[in-house]
Design a protein around this ligand. Structure first.
Ligand SMILES: [Zn+2]
Length: 338
């Protein structure tokens, strides 16, 4: 069994962040949904990172997690056609897939979750809800909206995992998780694009502040070493993390809270659009502890290109690894429909 640690992996939001987003979103739901989701809170939480696990093994997975909007030129975030067909007509499907399809993919997920609710298919409801939470979380991360996704074009290599894993890991317990009740989303497309736009507009500070602080910290003050299990890893120091987090003035917290709220809103909207099926009758129809997924089932497919930020900042040469934690995943949950 190979373990992979949060600050090394550079998974979007890290395991910690994604799991917290999915978990907290449950508490925004109305009573008619809450009982069902609360019963399955462990499943929804622990499977929040399935899409990241799939991305090395499943063709077409990686592109769902981001959109490199800046490759399309100035102000592209405002100009990109919102409808998939219009965007394909303008740029071709190959191009769109090459640079990420996050906001469009959320609409497909919405369609799938509505269907799962209509079918009252418990396994699909849970699996798609957990996946959807992941993609929504990613859509709210500024570094998921740029081709400079790991600061590799500006001498800031490692910033991806720093912003979305290291900072939440240190500071997220102090965040304010006061959330509003889930609201119906009239236009899921508009909401998805709004999230990506907000994230992209925050990108400037993400990069600029790190540059400013890096000029003030010597290398040995910027980084430190921490022991994880039995290995020592190089991480951004607590002092540097703290200074950066402060300079960002609540940005990570805002984006995390926006993600949570949006996940709750999407789940709720799907349930409404499916005709508000009675979930209480479905509560115990699924035992989420069956079967074991073997590590070999998710072995990296060498023909699948992945991004360098998946590999940790500390060990750029490290091969991607998979984490199964203490939870047992069913193979069909991870792979079905993909
Ligand atoms: Zn992701």
């Amino acid at each position: 069994m190979v373990f992979c640690f949060i600050s090394l992996c550079g998974y979007a939001w890290g395991f910690f962040g994604h799991q917290r987003i999915n978990r907290m979103a449950i508490f925004t739901l109305p009573p008619e949904m809450f009982t069902f989701y609360k019963y399955h809170i462990r499943y929804i939480t622990e499977n929040a990172v399935n899409p990241d696990k799939r991305r090395y093994a499943v063709e077409g997975e990686a592109e769902r997690h981001y959109i490199d909007i800046d490759v399309y030129g100035d102000s592209a975030i405002f100009k990109m056609p919102r409808r998939w067909e219009d965007a394909v007509a303008k740029y071709t499907e190959d191009t769109l897939r090459a640079y990420g399809i996050a906001p469009w993919h959320l609409q497909l997920m919405k369609f799938q979750l509505v269907n799962a609710f209509m079918e009252k298919n418990v396994m699909r409801i849970l699996r798609i809800s957990a996946d959807m939470g992941h993609y929504i979380g990613d859509s709210n991360v500024p570094l998921h909206t740029t081709q400079n996704y790991n600061g590799q074009m500006t001498g800031q290599y490692g910033i991806h995992g720093f912003w979305e894993s290291r900072l939440p890991e240190i500071f997220a317990d102090d965040y304010d998780y006061f959330l509003e009740k889930a609201q119906y989303i009239k236009s899921p497309s508009a909401r998805a694009w709004q999230a990506v736009t907000n994230a992209h507009l925050a990108l400037d500070s993400v990069l600029k502040f790190e540059k400013i602080l890096s000029a003030q910290f010597s290398e040995d003050k910027k980084y430190s070493f921490e022991t994880r299990g039995n290995i020592t890893v190089k991480v951004y120091s607590r002092e540097f993390s703290s200074a950066y987090h402060q300079m960002l003035a609540g940005q990570v917290e805002r984006q995390m809270r926006a993600s949570i709220q949006m996940v709750g809103d999407f789940w709720y909207t799907c349930w409404i659009d499916a005709g508000q099926p009675n979930l209480d009758s479905l509560v115990q129809l699924f035992d989420n502890q069956q079967d074991v997924i073997e590590e070999k089932d998710l072995a990296p497919n060498p023909t699948i290109k992945t991004r360098t930020h998946e590999i940790g900042m500390s060990f750029p040469q490290q091969k991607p690894t998979y984490y199964f934690g203490r939870h047992i995943f069913r193979k069909e949950e991870l792979m079905a429909d993909f």
